[in-house]
Design a binder for this molecule. Structure first.
Ligand SMILES: Nc1ncnc2c1ncn2[C@@H]1O[C@H](COP(=O)(O)OP(=O)(O)OP(=O)(O)O)[C@@H](O)[C@H]1O
Ligand SMILES: [Mg+2]
Length: 475
């Protein structure tokens, strides 16, 4: 961080003194006696701290503070007040000053304040940098999932969000097409504008047309007053056309014309209105097949399929089902007594191995139901719907109570932990969380069983490496 300080004071002898004193302490000093000129200097230069007098001709230090904050919010401002006036000090802090010094002050006291301001600035930049890193690591905070398929999708979302291109989101029912569309909006330059969603399924053409384009007064029997359409409501934001594959053919032609001309004509009206809207459309149908079948217009397909984001089915997402299950569990217990805190291992196994044809939505419903049904503080297989509970998975425990087959507790635990680690690609932190076990306890047990070499999933070795193989052999 540089040590460039801009000092503003209309008392030039004060400026000279401060410059001499601070330069001798290796700060780079620029001085300005006019607040207006100082603001221009500030806009052009790269300063770390601003030091300003509070009583100046032309502009008060408090006003100057406000201007500096508006212009360069990251630069801390230190205000010099003429006397111990609480009012002016409070005023400057309220205006966004970082701190104040009361005249007369010693240079040493000023230097301490300047150094704190520099440190403060450095910390803020560090926080900003870390936030960017976190953002890059997990760009779509609302969305849970760390599988390779999801990471590929996050990558596309981040890139496409920056553009204004029309996006087609495809994926099976319940995969999260709407949440993806919202994320695209939230990360776009339009994020402060509205996100307006409409489902095109099961809507007759006239209704859909007036919903989208609006209507004039008297356009039809019920139209007692004019109403703007969703293209107008979404102005400056994103219009989400859900289930676009089910739009009636007649409406498809009208939508195509609107998108080509970037104008809509309200029902009953004779003037066209331009719109400023980004379109994101979603479908769980195979639109190309619909085009071949003649149920979807080819020209509209090309118009909306500028960029396609394919949301993977849940069964293609490695162990995301378990991560999602945990997140849904947390979500539905946080607003209640928090009675249910986790999953029994057998339930976790079913959740991982069941193929989830209804995708994330099915999983979410299943967890909500299980939380409502659970008799203990951990969800068991018996709390899962039959279809999930009876999916075929490797069992941890034998079905029988034949004394010859019964395993010692320690062995059961070793096998079970081994299986969970294999399922989680050796990620011990996640395993400990899932097992409701302290991480150190898990490490200690692995060490005892000679499995400490099994590496963490977030370490350099990739999933299912030697560590996981080793676990697979013992279990
Ligand atoms: N990755 C995810 N992380 C967290 N929640 C998710 C994720 N994906 C989906 N969901 C949740 O699952 C539910 C279904 O998602 P969404 O409505 O976006 O799916 P969809 O693909 O639009 O489904 P449909 O085709 O049935 O309309 C929602 O409650 C959503 O919040
Ligand atoms: Mg949907």
């Amino acid at each position: 961080m540089n040590r460039r300080i801009l000092i503003i004071d209309d008392d030039t002898s004060m400026l000279d003194t401060l410059r001499a004193e601070l330069e001798s302490r290796s700060y780079e000093i620029t001085v300005e006696s006019s607040p207006e000129v100082a603001l221009r200097t500030l806009a052009e230069g790269d300063f770390s701290v601003v030091l300003t007098d509070i009583n100046m001709r032309g502009m008060s230090g408090v006003d100057l503070c406000q201007e500096v904050v508006a212009l360069r919010e990251e630069i801390p401002v230190i205000v010099m007040t003429a006397f111990a006036s609480v009012e002016s000090a409070v005023g400057s802090i309220r205006a966004g000053a970082y701190d104040f010094v009361t005249k007369p002050f010693t240079i040493d006291a000023l230097v301490i304040t300047i150094e704190r301001a520099l440190k403060h600035r450095e910390l803020r930049e560090e926080v900003k940098r870390l936030r960017r890193v976190v953002d890059e690591l997990h760009p779509c905070d609302e969305m849970v999932g760390e599988s390779a398929a999801m990471k590929r999708m996050y990558d596309i979302i981040v890139r496409v969000a920056e553009t204004d291109a029309t996006v087609l989101v495809t994926g099976e029912s319940g995969t999260g097409k709407e949440i993806v569309s919202r994320t695209i909006h939230a990360r776009s330059q339009r994020s402060s504008g509205p996100f307006v969603a409409i489902s095109c399924a099961a809507m007759p053409e006239p209704l859909l047309e007036s919903e989208l384009f609006g209507h004039t007064k008297g356009a039809f029997t019920d139209a007692r007053s004019a109403r703007p359409g969703l293209f107008a409501k979404a102005s400056g934001g994103t219009l989400f056309l859900d289930e676009v594959g089910e739009m009636p053919l007649g409406m498809q032609a009208k939508l195509l014309r609107a998108l080509q001309e970037r104008m809509v004509r309200p029902v009953g009206g004779d003037t066209e209105i331009s719109f400023d809207v980004r379109i994101v459309a979603a479908t769980n149908r195979d639109l190309e097949a619909e085009v071949r079948r003649g149920a979807f217009r080819e020209d509209l397909f090309y118009r909306i399929n500028v960029v396609q984001v394919q949301v993977p089915a849940l069964r293609e997402r490695e162990n995301d089902a378990l991560l999602l299950a945990q997140s849904f569990l947390k979500r539905c217990t946080s607003n209640r007594d928090g009675r249910v805190v986790g999953f029994k291992s057998a339930a976790a196994e079913r959740i991982t191995s069941y193929p989830w044809p209804g995708n994330v939505r099915e999983l979410q419903n299943c967890i909500e139901r299980a939380v409502a049904l659970a008799q203990f503080d951990h969800i068991g297989v018996e709390d899962l719907p039959d279809r999930v509970a009876h999916s075929t998975v490797t069992r941890t425990l034998p079905d029988t109570c034949d004394p010859a087959v019964i395993l010692p507790m320690d062995e059961v635990e070793r096998r079970h932990i081994g299986q969970v680690l294999v399922a989680l690609n050796g990620n011990k932190a996640s395993a400990a969380r899932l097992l409701g076990m302290d991480r150190r306890t898990l490490y200690w047990k692995l060490e005892r069983w000679g499995l400490a070499a099994a590496r963490d999933g977030n370490g350099a070795p990739r999933p299912l490496d030697g560590g996981a193989e080793e676990l697979r052999r013992v279990s």
